[in-house]
Design a protein around this ligand. Structure first.
Ligand code: ADP
Ligand code: MG
Length: 651
């Protein structure tokens, strides 16, 4: 069954080489019960590890049931460890976080066979006389009981070979005899048992005893007659390749991950905090961005539709005219001429503005004045909510009448009803005839802190200039905007005798440009906010990676054990990835709740416009999964790459 030929294994300690095994030749027949004896350091454990597939020899050949072990790959070795060999360690190596039953069932997680491992595990616990302690944790058990649980675990996948490295080394005599009774019984049932011990009365249970010294077998002795045993078929050697995504196995991994995540709650909470904050800020910022976008759109609507503005100066410098350029001075005759461009233009209004000082009784207020034409109110959705709009006659004959915004109402009048009262604008008496509808803030400007007066009055009586700042034009329909621009351009050029080669001294702007400007501002803002959120997600991810690396180091022995009972590289990898994704995803989900909470609070208490979208929730959850995968990959790889013996020996 087992053929070893010229096996050597050396370890390098510092400068020197230790030959732990020095040309070991050994044949073990099926059904044998063999004990390995020898002084400490003679190479017994090294030999056992090689026999149990936990380590590979430096040279020599190892044939297990006819197969060359050296030719097998990692996954095939894992499968053999899982269901052909069972290893019992001197230090038991039970996982402290699990019950005895779960410990016994653990190899089932890595098995390709579909069985009810739970029932089997109970049966195995019964075999070792511990069925009544199935729910207890290793820490609640004596050493002898722990070793019996470990034996039950070695038996769960029905291995043909049992390897036990000083199974009684840490036990008292009574428990040692109990363990030996179990091993003898297994041997009687037909298992091949190989055991290391340095006690002669323990070795006496075996039918064959070999003795080692300095990495060599120096004695091979049989106790009594050897019974012939029937040859068993070796179907167990068939290595099946299971797909990685086996649902029930995945479920098992998720349960394991859940267990280890919840094992250390404070640490888990602290490590997901970064992700939590990151995701919460992504959600809140996207809600704010979307809310700002919507409220801007609404305020754009209140600016009026199909609106053009015609201004003097050059448009090349955004918003402001360049100092050197010439400057077309528009007159009310220009407004008249543009308004008559039917059917492209439906209405037009002149516009001037400036700043003024306003006084009512003993109250003072500086504000901006806007001189507007008759059609301005309807064009810009500014018809008074109290009182009335100007009449054509008032505008024509430069009357001193004013319509004031709500900010001015509260600053000058408080609770008093303003319509019909007289105020002073730049020391000239004006009669208030109406109150403008509330418009709120536009950007950083209070759009209610404004007073409207007739454009003629503004030009000639208040601001003292004989030209308009701009002309607002309402185009008859959205399709006519471009033709109207062309017609107005031609008209202005003709009226002001601007020749083709001249530098532009006026420009026409439509609201779409304004909209673009606004949306590019919002875009810049959301990109900025988004990158802050992304940075915090990355920082959170690094935190997760850190915690996963700590976890891998901390659980090196657990990983070694899992590999020893048949976990493949991919199994370990997947388990750690599920853990890191579990961490980031739970952080992400809490973060989503917190983010939505913050947005709701911002809108109720600070009055900000917010709009949470399903998209941001999906995006945030997707991102937290990706971050878990990305930052969990390295620790998971590190864990999967550990060698079973080295990991088990890790202190
Ligand atoms: P035994 O189990 O018979 O006491 P081992 O097989 O554990 O002996 O060790 C055999 C020799 O190899 C000893 O000299 C030991 O110091 C050395 N050895 C075992 N494992 C290692 C290791 N991981 N690194 C370095 N030397 C080792
Ligand atoms: Mg040893």
């Amino acid at each position: 069954m087992i053929e070893l030929d010229g096996i050597t294994k050396s370890y390098t300690i510092g400068e020197s080489q230790v030959r732990a095994l020095d040309g070991v030749n050994l044949m073990i027949e099926e059904g044998e019960f063999m004990a390995i004896m020898g002084a400490s350091g003679s190479g017994k454990s090294t030999l056992m590890h090689i026999l149990g597939l936990l380590d590979l020899p430096d040279s020599g050949s190892y044939r297990l049931m006819g197969k060359q072990i050296a030719k097998l790959n990692d996954d095939e070795l894992a499968t053999l460890r899982n269901n052909v060999t069972g290893f019992v360690f001197q230090q038991f190596h039970l996982l402290g976080r699990m019950s005895a039953l779960d410990n016994v069932m653990l190899p089932g997680l890595y098995s390709d066979r579909q069985r009810d491992f739970c029932a089997d595990a109970l049966a195995r616990l019964k075999t070792v006389g511990l069925a009544h302690r199935a729910d207890q944790r290793p820490s609640q058990m004596s050493g002898g009981e722990q070793q019996r649980v470990a034996i039950a675990r070695a038996l769960i996948c029905d291995p043909m070979l049992i390897f036990a490295d000083e199974p009684t080394g840490n036990l008292d005599t009574k428990n040692s005899y109990e363990i030996m009774r179990i091993l003898t019984e297994l041997h009687r049932q037909g298992k091949t048992v190989v055991m290391v011990t340095h006690e002669h009365d323990i070795a006496a249970y075996a039918d064959r005893v070999i003795t080692m010294q300095d990495g060599k077998i120096i004695e091979d002795r049989r106790n009594g007659g050897e019974a012939e045993r029937p040859e068993r078929d070796s179907t167990m050697m068939q290595v099946e390749h299971q797909p990685l995504f086996n649902p029930s196995r995945m479920l098992g991994f998720v349960a394991q991950a859940f267990r280890s995540i919840t094992a250390n709650k404070i640490r888990t909470l602290l490590s997901v905090l970064g992700i939590l904050v990151g995701v919460a800020s992504v959600i809140a910022m996207m809600a704010l961005g979307a809310g700002a976008g919507t409220s801007m759109e609404e305020s754009l609507k209140s600016l009026g539709s199909n609106l053009l503005s015609v201004r003097g100066g050059s448009a090349k410098v955004r918003g402001a005219a360049r100092g050197t350029g010439s400057f077309t001075r528009f007159t009310r005759q220009d407004v008249q001429a543009i308004a008559e461009l039917s059917p492209l233009v439906s209405r037009a209004s002149g516009y001037v503005n400036g700043s003024v000082q306003m006084v009512y009784l003993n109250k003072n207020w500086s504000s901006s004045v806007e001189g507007v034409g008759f059609d301005y109110g309807t064009m810009r959705a500014a018809m008074p909510s109290f009182g009335r709009w100007f009449t054509r006659e008032e505008i024509r004959s430069r009357r001193k009448v004013a319509i004031i915004g709500t900010t001015i109402v509260s600053e000058l009048f408080g609770d008093e009803y303003p319509v019909g009262k007289t105020i002073k604008i730049n020391r000239i008496n004006f009669r208030v005839i109406g109150v403008l509808p509330h418009k709120g803030f536009g950007g950083h400007r209070d759009r209610d802190d404004v007073v409207y007066i007739p454009v003629t009055t503004a030009m000639h009586r208040v601001l003292g200039r004989d030209y308009l700042n701009s002309i607002y034009v309402e185009v008859s329909s959205a399709e006519n905007i471009e033709p109207a621009k062309g017609a107005i351009d031609a008209l202005v050029r003709k009226r002001h005798r601007i020749r083709a080669g001249d530098e532009d001294s006026f420009y026409i702007r439509d609201m779409s440009e304004f909209k673009e400007m606004l949306s590019s501002t919002t875009q810049t803002m959301s990109t900025f906010l988004g990158s802050i959120a992304a940075i915090s997600l990355v920082v959170g991810g690094i935190g997760i990676m850190n915690i996963m690396l700590v976890s891998v180091t901390e659980r090196t022995r657990e990983i070694g054990l899992r590999k020893a009972i048949g976990a493949r590289k991919s199994d370990i990898m997947v388990q750690f990835l599920i853990e890191s994704v579990g961490l980031t995803l739970s952080g992400g989900l809490i973060g989503i709740v917190v983010g939505i909470g913050v947005s709701v609070m911002l809108s109720t208490f600070a009055g900000w416009a917010v709009k949470t979208s399903i998209f941001s929730v999906v995006l945030a959850s997707g991102f937290s999964v990706l971050i878990g995968l990305f930052f969990g990959l390295w620790p998971a790889k590190k864990a999967a790459g550990l060698k079973p013996v080295e990991a088990l020996r890790y202190e």
